[in-house]
Design a protein around this ligand. Structure first.
Ligand code: ZN
Ligand code: ZN
Length: 351
C-alpha cells in the first residue's frame, strides 16, 4: 500500500512531533504492517532525550510493536496478509565472523549496514515496513487469543533474557538485580524461571513492590539501608554475597556497586547501558583473588528472540504486569514523558 503514514519523529532534546510522511511499498522480502500496539522503552526515552549515535535527526521512534500484515514485498507469502505478527527490531546476517560463532547479537553486518539490519524506530506510527533480514529471522505470527501488546514485548523480553543467560544461574543460586525498571522486573521473572532466589534493589517504592509481586524474594530500598553492599551481602550465602549480580540501571556508580556485591567466584553482568564515554574502576585485588567474572550484555540472539516469543505466547510473561497506561499515537510525546518521569513501567501506544 502506498499513501501517507502518520508517525512520531524525534528532533532530539525532548522534541517529538507527529508528522505525515509518504509510505513506500514494501521492498522484496519486506512486510508492511498496520501497527496495532507499540510500547515505550527505556531506549526510546534515551533516544528522545539525547539522540542516538547512529541516527541523524529527525528520525522515527518506537521499536517494540506488533501489527497486522497489510501488504507483502516480492518473494513473500501473500497468505501473511491479514495475520497478526510481531518482529524483533534487529537481526544478524548469520554469515559474519561473530554470527558464525553463535554471537549474532554482535553481528558485523549490523555495523556495515545498520539501517538494513536494525530498525530503531518507526513503531510509533500507523504503518511500518519491516526490513527483509528482520522478517527472515524474527517474524512471528501471533497465535489466536494473544493480545497485540503482549506480542509487542518480544524485544524487551529477549534482551532481558540475554542478560539473565549471561549470568549462568544454577538452581538454588541467589541473584541480586539492581534496578526494577522494565528490564530489572523482566529479569526478576526470568531469574525465578531459572530457579534462582532474587534480591531486588530499587529506590522507587512502587517498582520495588512490583518486583515483589513478580516473585522477588528479598526487597531492598537503598535509601533505607546504610551500607548497601553490606546489606545485600548479608542476605545471601551466609553473608558472602549473591552468586550473581545484574546491574539494570545503567550508571557507572551502580556498575561498580555490582562488582562489590558479588561473592567470591561470583558473576557480574553489567547490563544497563551507561552514557558513552563513561568509565568504571575495578579493584584489581578483588578481581584477581576473588576470581570474579564480569560480563557485558547487549541485545539478544535470534534464538533468544524465539524463546521470548514462546514465553509471551504461553502467557508466562504478561504485558498487563508492565503496562501502566495507554495513549493514542498523537500523544506519543506524553507517553514518553510519563516513561521518562517514571510515572509507571511501560506505556502502550495504540495508533
Ligand atoms: Zn526496547
Ligand atoms: Zn553477522
Amino acid at each position: 500500500m502506498r499513501g501517507l503514514n502518520k508517525m512520531a519523529m524525534c528532533y532530539g532534546n525532548l522534541d517529538l512531533r507527529i508528522e505525515e510522511r509518504p509510505l513506500d511499498e514494501p521492498r522484496p522480502g519486506e512486510v508492511q504492517l498496520a501497527v496495532k500496539a507499540a510500547l515505550t522503552c527505556g531506549t526510546d526515552v534515551k533516544i528522545y532525550k539525547r539522540g542516538y549515535p547512529f541516527l541523524k535527526p529527525p528520525f522515527p521512534v518506537g521499536h517494540e510493536y506488533a501489527g497486522e500484515v497489510i501488504a507483502v514485498g516480492e518473494g513473500m507469502d501473500p497468505g501473511l496478509i491479514g495475520r497478526g505478527v510481531v518482529t524483533s527490531n534487529g537481526a544478524g546476517c548469520q554469515l559474519c565472523f561473530n554470527c558464525m560463532r553463535d554471537r549474532d547479537n554482535l553481528c558485523e553486518g549490523i555495523e556495515a549496514d545498520f539501517d538494513e539490519y536494525v530498525q530503531m524506530g518507526g513503531g510509533f506510527a500507523e504503518y511500518i515496513n519491516v526490513h527483509a533480514p528482520i522478517v527472515k529471522q524474527n517474524l512471528k505470527v501471533i497465535p489466536e487469543g494473544v493480545p497485540y501488546e503482549q506480542a509487542a514485548m518480544v524485544e524487551p523480553v529477549s534482551v532481558a533474557l540475554h542478560g539473565v543467560n549471561q549470568a549462568d544461574i544454577k538452581i538454588g543460586d541467589t541473584i541480586a538485580i539492581i534496578g526494577a525498571g522494565p528490564m530489572g522486573l523482566l529479569q526478576t521473572q526470568l531469574a525465578k524461571l531459572r530457579g534462582a532466589r532474587v534480591i531486588s534493589i530499587e529506590k522507587s517504592r512502587e517498582r520495588l513492590a512490583q518486583a515483589g509481586r513478580l516473585g522477588a524474594d528479598v526487597l531492598i530500598n537503598p535509601d533505607g539501608v546504610g551500607d548497601l553492599v553490606k546489606a545485600v551481602r548479608s542476605t545471601a550465602n551466609e553473608g558472602r554475597g549473591p552468586d550473581q549480580v545484574i546491574e539494570s540501571v545503567g550508571l557507572p556508580q551502580t556498575w561498580e556497586l555490582a562488582i562489590e556485591m558479588a561473592r567470591k567466584g561470583g558473576t557480574v553482568v553489567e547490563y544497563g547501558g551507561c552514557a558513552s564515554g563513561t568509565k568504571i574502576s575495578v579493584d584489581t585485588k578483588r578481581l584477581h583473588y576473588d576470581e570474579l567474572t564480569i560480563k557485558g550484555s547487549y541485545s539478544a540472539s535470534a534464538y533468544e528472540t524465539e524463546v521470548a516469543f514462546n514465553l509471551l505466547a504461553r502467557g508466562v510473561i504478561r504485558a498487563s504486569d508492565y503496562i501502566s497506561g495507554t495513549y493514542p499515537l498523537e500523544k506519543t510525546k506524553q507517553a514518553l514523558d510519563a516513561h521518562l518521569n517514571q510515572q509507571g513501567i511501560k506505556f502502550l501506544i495504540k495508533p
